[in-house]
Design a protein around this ligand. Structure first.
Ligand SMILES: [Zn+2]
Ligand SMILES: [Zn+2]
Length: 336
């Protein structure tokens, strides 16, 4: 889920990310991903003596990836972007979550709540699952829009312009891209929560510890940070149809046309399955990371990552308007 930072002091909010279990950058999630990377190394080194010779450190942090121009841009953008937008996103989430109140109000206006007499544990279980599914669908839908709507794609290109994947590439996201993700997931989650409250009454709560949805914590603990890395960790068979593995997302970053617009999911792969955008990871594929092989380098500065999407979106809009104006001249309305 998109991270939410609540402190009004950007520096404190930045430091707080690594200590907050509701945030994807929580230290434990990063550490567990690193530990899983070590396990993958142990398996791969057994079959490849060359890896054994090179050693664990070289395997986890290859110099050609972590010192690549694209990775250096990731580090700078991560720092600047998190400091600049930490506070703004807290406010955005507060606005978006009001969808629960709006939908609850609308439902109450339609009639009295049936308040089904289900045990409290059942109400909490159902609400937790449905809320997580709804939030995740919101993220899938936002990602689909970012790929399919040309103007939005200009903003999503910032993420796809990465030529190597490091865990900090997850933060290489334009603020408008982030905002769309937060709004879509908060609205979908809010609508479902309002329905659950309507049908189950006050028992419709999300199971969690310290405001952390337990499902989100489990997901982050399953090697979340490896999705932006060179370490291949696939969920195969039925697991790969249910959950998005690091390998699924790595293929999403591939320049190969067969991988374009595939594996758009965040936690659950079911939306990709349902809407025909799943690309299975049962077989290992060597990929080149990027988008089209021509534009990537233009985005390897903080300034370009912020401003280039606006410039390119404006150019695209102008071409579109000009073509509309042109077609209006070519096809004048019939004379009466
Ligand atoms: Zn994408
Ligand atoms: Zn990505």
């Amino acid at each position: 889920m998109p991270e939410i930072m609540t402190s009004t002091n950007p520096a404190l909010a930045f430091a707080g990310m690594f200590q907050d279990p509701t945030n994807r950058w929580f230290g434990l999630y990063v550490a567990v991903s690193l530990a899983i990377g070590c396990i993958v190394f142990a398996f791969e080194a057994r079959q490849d003596p060359r890896l054994e010779q090179e050693g664990l450190l070289r395997y986890l942090f290859p110099k050609e990836i972590y010192t690549h121009r694209s990775a250096l841009a990731d580090y700078r953008f991560f720092l600047v972007n998190k400091l600049l937008f930490a506070v703004a996103f807290g406010a955005l989430v507060a606005v978006s979550s009001s969808s629960v109140e709006v939908v609850s109000f609308a439902l109450r206006a339609l009639g009295p709540s049936p308040e089904f007499p289900v045990p409290r544990a059942v109400a909490i279980f159902v609400t937790t699952i449905l809320w997580a599914l709804a939030m995740d669908f919101g993220l899938w839908f936002a990602h689909w829009l970012l790929h399919k709507v040309p103007i939005l794609w200009e903003f999503h290109k910032v993420h796809h312009s990465a030529e190597v994947l490091t865990p900090l590439t997850a933060g290489r996201v334009h603020p408008l891209d982030d905002a769309l993700n937060i709004v879509c997931s908060a609205i979908c989650g809010g609508v479902v929560l309002a329905f659950c409250r309507f049908f189950f009454g006050p028992h419709a709560q999300i199971f969690g510890v310290l405001q952390l949805n337990i499902l989100v914590a489990i997901f982050y603990l399953f090697g979340f940070h490896l999705r932006h890395s060179h370490i291949w960790l696939p969920y195969k068979g039925i697991w790969g149809k249910l959950f998005v593995s690091p390998a699924h997302h790595q293929l999403h970053h591939s320049v190969a046309e067969r991988h374009w617009d595939k594996n758009l999911g965040f936690v659950f792969a079911i939306w990709d399955c349902l809407f025909g955008t799943l690309y299975a990871v049962d077989r290992r594929e060597t990929i080149q990371v990027g988008m089209n092989g021509t534009e990537e380098a233009e985005y390897h500065s903080v300034r370009a990552m912020y401003l280039l999407p606006f410039v390119k979106a404006w150019r695209r809009a102008k071409v579109h308007w000009n073509s509309l104006a042109g077609s209006a001249i070519v096809h004048p309305p019939p004379a009466e």
